[in-house]
Design a protein around this ligand. Sequence first.
Ligand code: COA
Ligand code: MG
Length: 299
Amino acid sequence: MFAPIRPRRSVLYMPGSNSRALEKARSLPCDGIIIDLEDAVAPEAKASARDQVAGVLAQGGFGRREVVVRVNGTGTPWFDADLAAIAQIAAVGAGVHAVLIPKVVDPETLRVVGRQLEALGAPSSLRLWAMIETPLAVLRALDIALAARDPVARLAVLVLGTNDLAKESGAQILPGRAPMASWLSHCVLAARAGGIEVLDGVWNDFRDLDGFGRECAAAAQMGFDGKTLIHPSQIAPCNEAFSPPEAEIAAARALIAVFDRPENAAKGVLQIDGRMYERMHADIARKRVALADAIAARG
Ligand code: COA
Ligand code: MG
């Protein structure tokens, strides 16, 4: 009924220059990793990090984890070589799933990069993820997300960059994130309008897992599919916050069963224990069950 769901609850950044972190990633329980060649790598280390990352990707071993590489920005001196290195690895079928493009502010950038990947021989399974991390990007999030309708753009996921947003906007990052809440929700809506997924930004204070847990719960309530992370300690609480609770799934299965009863086949709406349910609620329930099943299948 639904396209196979790939859980993206927890997606961990790691510097491409940090071989210890790259090695550890092969055994961490995150749904995905973002190997960073951009902000987490100093300018003088860019070329060596790219070579190291290419070697690590060719070696593989990341199992069911989705592997994403954040390249340097399209206007930087490193972009072309970054993209070529990833395309080359993807072309031989090695395990890299997406390229994360920093500071996207328009849909055309994605099409240009998509055409570059095509010319470099990257298979169409290599997708693009777009960082939304500037005021212009938030304001244009809908146009950017709608690029997903054009296969040339390869767009699959929006990723919020809240540290850059704070820097560029003057808004503060506070517990509860009131100053940014409307921007975050706007990006969730934009992603849905484009039929794609959306990941929340990072929580910097990685020793404060209580505050982090609260931010994950709020992000899940807003509709984010998952959150980007900076430290392994954040993975377990993040997975929990973005996994449908057992009680919810039990109730969802019960609701689906009621709608599936022959006597309810012609009913658009019914009540259970004094609460109204329409078929859309059964649709939501099916989607949540499919997500829970996909998570359970990861073991
Ligand atoms: N990915 C994989 N492993 C990581 C990791 C990450 N992001 N962050 C830490 N680890 C590993 C460390 O290598 C260490 O492993 P070990 O004890 O087995 O050797 C263990 O987790 C504990 O790390 P800890 O000592 O608590 O942290 P640290 O001082 O080594 O690193 C940071 C702290 C913030 C520098 C590091 O977490 C980091 O680089 N995070 C990602 C930053 C990034 O990519 N930013 C760009 C996007 S926002
Ligand atoms: Mg950034």
